[in-house]
Write a new protein. Structure first.
Length: 359
């Protein structure tokens, strides 16, 4: 419909927008969805014409493979509006590439770039009035890709659907985030699917995380499955440790197949390096961090991911050891969160070309 779109997208507009009835005063993450969604089906060995249509329920049979074998991957990204009403995505090609890496690992066909990039751009443009403009607010974008063949044999599906929905997101607010270093359960193993945003990875986290919550911890930091010796990542966040003035974070693909390669993580590593903060990307022993905590060198721990951007950790437990973490005056978490958000919201120069205008 516009010059941008190469694939002929079918566009079916909602008859009556839900926007006038939407309550933006108390946004709960991921509960309200905007007017439209993007849908692209793969069957008969090829991608069919994608469609943007009103957000609605799906027409699948109980036998659809996704329900039985979890052949499903997803993504998470955001659209930001600046003070003049211009809309930007943040490094969307990273999400596109990662989604296809995830899809490949789950035996699913690659999504064409045109469908992903132009589809999301057009969807966000159509629903741009759903982007909240308060401090730290954005439109959360959730692509999801599922196996839709109606057949219960445990083999790859011959039909798939790629969909994108969007949801107005408030400023990420949480109180304390105390973490428990997990030394029994695992989320990923070498050669597994930890590096993919595969749906089942998250289901597998729920039970151990609920147990940690009962003990008073909001999140788990996973350790390697072989020895429970190295710190990996948390729920949907990569983790940074500041020891002295150095930042440490665990390696991702190709050095580790267990950890999700976050776009926020990658961006923070770049910002830190370019701002004179030494960064070490390497396996981090639990022992090393606990020793640093005991001798006062552990200055801060923070999570990094699209939903929260940067999330300071307020306490850490490992076996019988526990310590509170107080945010230092020169907090790296605050510093890199502000730098990232200034780029995302078009309040600062973008020397890296990370902002992606939607117009
Ligand atoms: C999505 C995700 C992240 C963060 O990735 P971003 O691209 O920064 O949002 C980190 N870890 C896991 C397990 C994730 O699912």
């Amino acid at each position: 419909m516009t010059a941008d779109i190469k694939t002929p997208f079918i566009i079916e507009k909602i008859k009556e927008s839900k926007l006038p009835k939407a309550d933006f005063s108390n946004l709960v993450f991921g509960q309200m969805f905007s007017d439209h969604m993007l849908v692209a089906d793969f069957f008969d060995g090829k991608w069919q014409t994608p469609k943007i249509m009103p957000y609605q329920a799906l027409p699948y049979e109980p036998s659809a493979k996704v329900f039985h074998y979890g052949q499903a991957v997803f993504e998470g990204m955001k659209a930001y509006k600046d003070s003049k009403g211009n809309v930007f995505l943040f490094r969307p090609e990273e999400n596109f590439n990662r989604m296809n890496n995830s899809a490949e690992r789950l035996g699913m066909p690659a999504i064409p770039k045109d469908i992903f990039m132009n589809g999301i751009k057009e969807l966000v443009k159509m629903d741009k009035d759903w982007i909240p403009t308060g401090n730290g607010e954005s439109l959360y974008i959730r692509p999801v890709y599922i196996a839709t063949e109606n057949a219960v044999a445990a083999s790859p599906s011959n039909a798939y659907r790629f969909m994108v929905m969007t949801s107005p997101a408030g400023k990420y607010y949480v109180g304390d985030v105390k973490v428990k270093v997990e030394d029994k359960y695992s989320r990923a193993c070498d050669g597994g699917v930890g590096y993919a945003k595969a749906a089942g990875n998250y289901a597998a986290q729920f039970y151990p995380t609920e147990k940690a919550k009962e003990e008073g911890f909001q999140q788990i930091i996973w350790t390697d499955s072989a020895e429970h010796k190295y710190l990996e990542e948390a729920g949907t966040m990569n983790i940074f440790f500041r020891i002295g003035d150095k930042l440490l974070t665990a390696p991702t693909i190709p050095d580790s197949t267990r950890i999700l390669p976050g776009v926020t993580r990658k961006s923070i590593i770049k910002l830190a390096q370019d701002n004179g903060v030494p960064v070490e990307v390497r396996p981090i022993e639990v022992k090393e961090v606990i020793e640093a905590a005991k001798n006062g060198e552990l200055k801060e721990i923070f999570g990094a991911g699209t939903a929260a951007t940067v999330l300071p950790i307020t306490g850490i437990k490992y076996k019988d050891f526990y310590t509170d973490l107080k945010k230092p005056a020169d907090s790296y978490a605050d510093r890199f969160k502000n730098m990232l958000m200034d780029i995302q919201y078009n309040r600062a120069e973008d020397p890296y070309g990370w902002r992606y205008p939607v117009q």
